[in-house]
Structures are given as structure tokens and as C-alpha cells.
Design a protein around this ligand. Structure first.
Ligand code: ADP
Length: 183
């Protein structure tokens, strides 16, 4: 019988439009090919159910992250690989989740604000600049970059595939992906 898969939370943090969901989705496909049991918690989707009703004050953002962290912990300790993509702008909230889960890989999805703003995937930067949206991370709300992330992706100068390969290599060196899991 194959050894049980070790659970881990892979936590993508970064500005809106930095590429968190794009990389998480490409990684999901790769990990599924390798037979991993996984779950995806995408910040935008989570906010429409698990954390519906929460806003964007520091208190609400912290509560959003606390709940995502709670669910991630339950899954992780049961052997699931959890892919979380959430701006999660506050360092302390991320550290609390890390401490609770233990098996935790922080991926800093990094691109200059100007690049994210230029991509403006959801049109939110335009709204933030015009004042239609208040408290938008990077514009009029802070983003506290990770000081010591396990992985740092520079999406303005590396491809999605390169970022995915970076995460997979880290999972292998940390022992979360074993040869037995290879299809
Ligand atoms: P986030 O989840 O961080 O808000 P998204 O993944 O939704 O960001 O959007 C990032 C956008 O940037 C997508 O349209 C994606 O195609 C684009 N993009 C361009 N280059 C890259 C790259 N190297 N890595 C990730 N995304 C990239």
C-alpha cells in the first residue's frame, strides 16, 4: 500500500492581480496529474460563502483569514494538499495561520503595483483610483510583504510554468510530494 499523503497548506499571498489564482490553478492541474488529493480555497469564492458579509476593514480581513486558516487546518491535518489564494495583506494574520497549521508553505506572489494595475484583471484598480472603492490593498490600504516566505515568485519576470515548477520543487524537497505520488 502506498504511504499516506502528507497534508500541507500552500498559501499564495500578494496584491490583487499579482497572479495568485492563475498559479494556484496551474499548480492544481499539475498536482492532480500526480494523484494528489487537494482542495482549493480561492479568496474571491470564499468571500461569497464561508466569509460572506465580511468587509475590508483590518478586523474583517483578519477574520476572513482566520476562517480560511481554520478550514485549511482541518483539511491539512487530514492529509489534503490545500491551495489558498488570498491577498492576506497582514503579516501577523498570516503568521497566526502558519503557527496553527504547521505544515505551511507561504508563496509570495510578487509583481510591482504598476504591473498589477496595468493588468487590472477585474477592473478594481480603476475603481480604487477613482474612489469608487475604498480601502483597496496597494492603493489606500497596506500590503505587508512576507519577510521570509518559502517561495518568492516574481510574476513580472517569470512565467506561470516557472512559478509552478518552483512550488513543486519546494514540495519535493520538503517531503510533501513523494516518488510514490508520481503518476
Ligand atoms: P490574483 O489571483 O493575484 O488576483 P489573477 O491570477 O486573478 O491574480 O490575475 C493575474 C493576471 O496576470 C492573469 O490575467 C494572468 O494571466 C496574468 N499574468 C501574466 N503573467 C503572469 C505570470 N507570470 N504569472 C501569473 N499571472 C500572470
Amino acid at each position: 500500500m502506498a504511504a499516506a499523503q502528507r497534508g500541507v497548506t500552500i498559501w499564495f499571498t500578494g496584491l490583487s492581480g499579482s497572479g495568485k489564482s492563475t498559479i494556484a490553478s496551474a499548480l492544481e492541474a499539475k498536482l492532480r496529474q500526480r494523484g494528489c488529493q487537494l482542495e482549493v480555497l480561492d479568496g474571491d469564492i470564499v468571500r461569497t460563502n464561508l466569509t460572506k458579509g465580511l468587509g475590508f476593514s483590518k478586523e474583517d480581513r483578519d477574520e476572513n483569514i482566520r476562517r480560511i486558516g481554520f478550514v485549511s487546518h482541518l483539511l491539512t491535518r487530514n492529509g489534503v494538499v490545500v491551495l489558498v489564494s488570498a491577498i492576506s495583506p497582514y503579516r501577523e494574520a498570516r503568521e497566526q495561520v502558519r503557527d496553527r497549521i504547521g505544515d505551511f508553505i507561504e508563496v509570495f506572489v510578487d509583481a510591482p503595483l504598476a504591473v498589477c494595475e496595468d493588468r487590472d484583471v477585474k477592473g478594481l484598480y480603476k475603481k480604487a483610483r477613482s474612489g469608487e472603492i475604498k480601502g483597496f490593498t496597494g492603493i489606500d490600504d497596506p500590503y505587508e510583504a512576507p519577510l521570509n516566505p518559502e517561495i518568492h515568485c516574481h510574476t513580472d519576470r517569470q512565467t506561470v510554468d516557472e512559478s509552478v515548477a518552483q512550488v513543486i520543487a519546494k514540495l519535493e524537497t520538503m517531503g510533501y510530494l513523494t516518488a510514490a505520488a508520481v503518476a
